[in-house]
Write a new protein. Structure first.
Length: 238
């Protein structure tokens, strides 16, 4: 059938992943660093993905395309929710994603005499995709939501930002998921005291900031929060 559907100009696409996050139907994925409409029957033609594209790579077109399949979209969402819930409940699964809490002596500074840094990671896992939405380490926690690259760009990440906080990390350009829902659940369902968002200056990190801001808004809570931006050479911009 001929219908309105989105078109992605790969030459303009910078792979930021904002369109994939905005598409609630799951029609778009990031493939080899570029956004692609991989499920034409999942695209409803409403264009939720258009406004957030920083490069103007997404437009509408009318062409031959499969009819929008609402039932398939709902089934895919339900399957994804079941899979994620099972993963979070699993206790004896992959050792790499098994939940652990560390006791960090936050009052103790890194030893100067040895020159060895001290890890301030308070829990495992720390990837947003892997961390459970409810866990003991979230109780009364100061939450740090950080872009993956910040720990490499900013040399004193552990002492200046991770110390005394529960840290979750992610990269919207590499993870073809919408962080908003999971971050909303973490903030809504736990006693989170504050939220700090640490991102890079690059455009794709805007997806992480937007997801965190949406989560704060959707949680229905009033929690102190701040955004810190790190430059590519490791300086604090904000």
């Amino acid at each position: 059938m001929i219908r309105k559907i989105i078109h992605i100009d790969e030459e303009k696409c910078n792979g930021c992943g904002l369109c994939a996050e905005a598409c609630h139907e799951g029609a778009i994925d990031i493939v080899n660093g570029k956004a692609k409409l991989i499920r034409e029957n999942f695209c409803d033609g409403f264009g939720d993905c258009l406004p957030g594209c920083p490069t103007g790579a997404i437009t509408f077109e009318e062409r031959e395309a499969p009819e929008y399949d609402e039932a398939a979209v709902k089934a895919a969402k339900a399957e994804k929710a079941i899979t994620e819930a099972a993963h979070e409940r699993r206790e004896g699964g992959c050792p790499g994603s098994r939940m652990m809490q560390f006791v960090q002596k936050d009052a103790v500074p890194a030893p100067v005499s040895t020159g060895k840094p001290v890890s301030r990671l308070a829990q495992w896992p720390c990837q947003i995709k892997l961390v459970p939405t409810q866990a003991p380490f979230f109780d009364g926690a100061k939450l740090l939501i950080a872009a993956d690259c910040t720990a490499y760009a900013y040399a004193n990440m552990h002492e200046d930002f991770m110390r005394g906080k529960v840290t979750v990390i992610g990269c919207p350009k590499l993870d073809a998921v919408d962080y908003s829902e999971k971050l909303t659940a973490i903030i809504r369902d736990n006693d989170i005291k504050s939220v700090t968002i640490v991102r890079m200056e690059v455009p794709c990190c805007g997806g992480l900031q937007r997801a965190a801001e949406n989560a704060l808004r959707n949680s229905g809570k009033f929690i102190p929060w701040q955004v810190v931006t790190i430059s590519r050479d490791g300086s604090i911009l904000d």
